[in-house]
Design a protein around this ligand. Structure first.
Ligand SMILES: [Zn+2]
Length: 675
């Protein structure tokens, strides 16, 4: 009988989980014991004889559940990055149990009575600003969970969140199933138009599946997007696009339509119980935007200009298609292909000619160097830190004085058992309640592995984006665990990630790090200029593709009574209602819109990317105005945002950095939509 590693202290560097000793069978007993522990901790707080004070209630609450956090983080990370049937079965089993556990705490009358008593006299407790905020946030969290409801309503709230947890889990597993299931196997003669990097990636994907000598296209974005952009075989593009768009829609055991209908009905019920007219109204009440109307207003400011831009872009595409003999309307599986042709004509910029200059390792160095020049960080490889997969690299992060500030894990490649997309997560979060705890942060990407791995400019942007989130976790300097790093309002959390993307396009960084994989030569100056000149290219398409999803999300979650929702019908009606251009497909159709349905984190919140883009465009403009992308005084003020976690109101933080509130003009210019 092996010992359960979750019940031991970990002596590894940064208490990195001892992955090689963790077996799926360790999770159920670890979940059980850690929930029991926290229940006992909460009972001790709620039942304490002493009158409530900040230390015996709020700080005690912040200390509770440490084992559960440790177990959950390891589980969630492995289940996302390296899952298998055993982990997926545990997820289905424990998602509702964990939801019930969280609700049991949130709805504990004794705990709420003590927090409420403190909240009522919060101005007289002599609290520091971060303490006042942590008290207010806990109070609001419990109220928003239903702490003020009567016992019958509380029971219903708890049942609803348990069922939702199960539905979210099943939704994500269905998408992963459809993505793992499908592949397009090609022979040499099917590769017309594909540049070397795409051929190499397809050969690697085939070899990984034991199909040496063949070529495989998968539904990973890094595989299918280049295929749609370059394959000259229209019928193959159409087949691949159809499979991509159909994820989650197949009738049978993995159909997401019935799950969506049930999720929407339950969310509306949650909102009703809490006294909100809709789920969107409930969710946005606790954001920077504060109302669905404010978020909708921002989206509408870009929607019509973006459609106009897209119509102009379509005319260029149709002309290019006609020149090639295609006398049919542009279809969604044609857009990327002809956009590539137009890009070459208009900017003489060939994506395939650029890619050899974007070597993954060099772009990682560029991201590290940017963090060094802005924030004084250094990244030192720690090959001695064993992780959960041989492709994952570990780095010790040090400040300018050489002191460790955390550990950074980089998991960059697509593989079976890893969910699609790119994300940042953590194994441990920074806090200093009982002594300094250093963060262990992970970035996941889904690049196609090659020798070497070459990135598109968009891939490199994704790398910088996730790294920006990573820095938000690594630079955190807070006392309370619940305020750590990225624990900020949802429509503010994309600011640190999106603003960081801007440094990829700083010419001196491109000159230094965009080097040809074979010759080591720097990106030619002419190509660099073309790359930057073409930045607004196809932004009508990109904005329509994104904004349609964000509008759909808000529209769906603003319905007061979505009972009996037919999601396919809704999607069709909605697209007609907003005048969606037929040649542009939805970036995420509801059936595989994981932001919305594989969890509730971004439900009624997909607008957050554009909301934060107002801030990132306006924020980076400060560096442009200063005439130095690494202006030290500005960098120091920006660092304060990355370090603050949720200790302050986001707009207060932004004003302290920028000296004023954000303006929308830089966003419109950035997307080429300015009048
Ligand atoms: Zn992000």
């Amino acid at each position: 009988m092996t010992e359960n590693p979750f019940f031991e202290a970990w002596t590894t560097p940064f208490e990195l989980p001892p992955f090689e000793r963790i077996d799926p069978s360790h999770f159920p007993p670890a979940f059980e014991r850690s929930m029991e522990e926290q229940v006992a901790e909460i009972a001790a707080i709620a039942g304490a004889g002493a009158a409530p004070d900040f230390a015996n209630t709020i700080e005690a609450l912040e200390r509770s559940g440490r084992l559960l956090r440790r177990v959950s983080r390891v589980f969630n990370n492995l289940d996302s990055s390296a899952t298998n049937e055993a982990l997926q079965a545990i997820d289905r089993d424990y998602a509702p149990k964990l939801a019930a556990h969280q609700m049991r705490i949130a709805l504990d009358p004794g705990l709420f009575a003590r927090i409420d008593a403190l909240y009522r006299k919060r101005d007289r407790l002599g609290l520091r600003p971060d303490q006042l905020r942590v008290l207010e946030r806990h109070h609001l969290r419990l109220v928003r969970s239903g702490a003020r409801l009567d016992p019958e309503e509380k029971a219903r709230m708890s049942a609803v969140s348990q069922r939702l947890a199960t539905l979210h889990t099943l939704f994500g597993q269905n998408v992963l199933h459809d993505e793992d299931e499908w592949r397009l196997m090609l022979n040499e003669e099917d590769l017309d138009g594909l540049p070397d990097f795409a051929r190499a990636a397809a050969a690697t994907a085939a070899a990984e599946r034991g199909l040496d000598g063949k070529y495989v296209i998968t539904l990973a974005r890094a595989s299918i997007e280049p295929f749609l952009a370059f394959s000259a075989r229209r019928e193959l593009r159409q087949r691949a696009y159809a499979a991509w768009a159909a994820r989650g829609t197949h009738a049978g055991a993995h159909d997401n339509a019935p799950l969506i209908a049930e999720i929407m009905a339950l969310r509306a019920e949650q909102a009703r119980l809490l006294g909100y007219p809709s789920y969107a109204a409930y969710r946005l009440d606790d954001t920077m935007a504060t109302t669905p109307e404010a978020a909708d207003r921002l989206l509408r400011q870009v929607w019509e200009p973006a459609k106009q831009r897209a119509a102009e872009e379509r005319a260029d595409l149709a002309a290019a298609a006609l020149a090639e003999g295609l006398n049919q309307p542009i279809a969604p599986w044609d857009w990327r292909y002809y956009a590539e042709k137009v890009r070459q004509q208009k900017y003489a910029l060939d994506e395939a000619a650029v890619k050899p200059y974007f070597v993954l390792e060099n772009m990682v160095e560029a991201a590290f160097d940017t963090a060094g020049r802005l924030f004084g960080l250094r990244f030192v490889p720690r090959p001695d830190c064993a992780t959960y997969h041989p492709d994952v690299r570990a780095f010790e992060v040090q400040d300018a004085a050489g002191h460790a500030v955390g550990l950074f894990l980089h998991d960059n490649f697509a593989r079976a058992g890893k969910r699609s997309g790119a994300w940042m997560s953590s194994y441990r979060e920074q806090e200093s309640l009982d002594g300094e705890v250093l963060p262990v942060i992970v970035n996941n990407n889904n690049f196609s592995k090659g020798d070497p791995t070459l990135l598109s400019f968009d891939d490199a942007k994704t790398l910088f984006h996730e790294f920006g989130h990573g820095l938000h976790g690594l630079l955190s300097r807070v006392r309370y665990p619940s305020q750590s790093g990225t624990s900020v309002r949802r429509d503010f959390v994309e600011f640190p990630s999106q603003v960081f993307e801007h440094w990829l396009s700083v010419p001196e960084m491109l000159r230094r790090y965009a080097r040809h994989y074979r010759t080591g030569e720097a990106l030619p100056e002419a190509l660099l200029e073309k790359l930057l000149a073409a930045r607004n290219f196809n932004q009508g398409f990109a904005t329509v593709e994104y904004a349609a999803c964000a509008l759909l999300d808000l529209d769906l979650h603003t319905r007061p009574n979505p009972a009996g929702l037919d999601i396919a019908r809704f999607e069709k009606d909605f697209l007609a209602r907003i005048g969606m251009p037929p040649e542009i497909g939805l970036r995420h159709r509801p059936a595989h819109f994981q932001h919305l349905f594989a969890g509730s984190g971004y439900a009624a919140g997909y607008y957050a990317y554009l909301w934060a883009e107002v801030l990132d465009a306006d924020g980076f403009a400060a560096f442009t105005e200063a005439g130095d992308p690494f202006d030290p005084a500005l960098a120091l003020r920006l660092k304060a945002i990355y370090s603050a976690g949720d200790t302050e109101d986001p707009m207060t933080l932004y004003r302290a950095f920028r000296g004023r509130e954000p303006e929308i003009a830089p966003l419109l210019a950035q997307r080429g939509l300015a009048a």
